[in-house]
Design a protein around this ligand. Sequence first.
Ligand SMILES: [Zn+2]
Length: 463
Amino acid sequence: MVKLSFFGGTRMVAGSNYLIETENTKILVDCGLFQGEKVIEDKNYEKFPYNPKSIDFLLVTHAHMDHIGRIPKLYKEGFRGKILGTRPTKDLTHNMLLDSQGIMKDEAKRENRKPPYSQRDVIGVMELFEGIDYHQILKLSKGTKCQFRDAGHILGSSIIELWIGQVKIVFSGDLGNPPVPLLKPTEFIDETDYVLVESAYGDRLHEKRGERKDLLENAIEDTITRKGVLMIPAFALERTQELLYELNSLVENHRISSIPIFVDSPLAIRNLDIYKKYPEYYNKESVYLIESGDELFKFKGLKFTETVKESKKINDVPPPKIIIAGSGMSEGGRILHHEIRYLPDPNSILLIIGYQVSGTLGRKILDGAQKVKIFRENIPVRAEVKAIGGYSAHADQKGLYQWIAHIKRPVYPLRNGKKDIKGLKKVFVVQGEEGPALALVQKIKDNLGVETEAPYFREEIVL
Ligand SMILES: [Zn+2]
């Protein structure tokens, strides 16, 4: 008997958490944070719907918080099994959990409740974490094995193949949007019985990716002409590193003149160290650049400001200049200090490169707000607001569909009247809001004729 239960990522993007139970083994895939509306985030404080002490293995697809954020809580509640993830995932998880632990502590204090876990729990988690590589067959227990493959979404991100006796299940994690700077393309899966596929952009198609570098170049040139400040709110994991890769290329190919470029995010700087540590995870183009002597994250004008004191000194540097800072949706972080200073300046530009969730400050500015409130101050928005869509780290509907369509399907009917039952039996669409998830369900059903559903929270299925 193999039982699969859904404890997150169900008709929502975040909270990814799936349990597989066999006669002798309990395996979790991901243990992510719930993010979004307050009712959803309150789930982070609830007890797990299973006994963490009984879990033997936790397989981690990648180091985004919606896939790892509750691991320390799992530890705190007694989990002492083995954690498996790629080596970069392990290192990035360490950075991300330490950073969020600090943020959560402050948040809990404001809301007058106990934080869900402490720094000691993060240390405990890292002691259980074993860093592995792609394409290693890992035996978990008798009859159970797994393999991690490249998802091309962020550094170290994985698709997980799990074999239990005769049954195979694949977890897509988050799938990338190739071609991506630095990363290798998303791997395809040839064969499986069951698959869980993400659906963040299950109902949308991305803009053309080739144009994005030109748009970035234009924004920088406009900034230089007007002697303004180019502010780029960016996520500390992947987006900032990709942006630096593109800036490196623009500067070193003399497509833009050199101006000061500040990376004003301690977490992004720490994550960058991990990117530098794993060049074997890069794509051919990046490896070629490194071999020809280019340091990808080092170019004229680039400065990293880690301390608050260094960050404040950015103000003294006369424009034109570029500031890349977190958070990606202007919901906190150092970008807010720069927005207070430069949003009122008509010569400056705010460049939005990531998805802005409804209700966030970033979304309000993107939607054309004339005035915004930051730290109780009313700030007029006179800077120009530009957006580039092609930077999404997720596959769009076409990419997701093609990934599923690649998996071998059963052949009906065979001449002897029997069905060839080998092939994809069922698709579970997860990690997307209800609209995108159901759109992808429909697309797969209509075109591939495979049984497909978007499971509900706490749904259980015997495979
Ligand atoms: Zn992700």
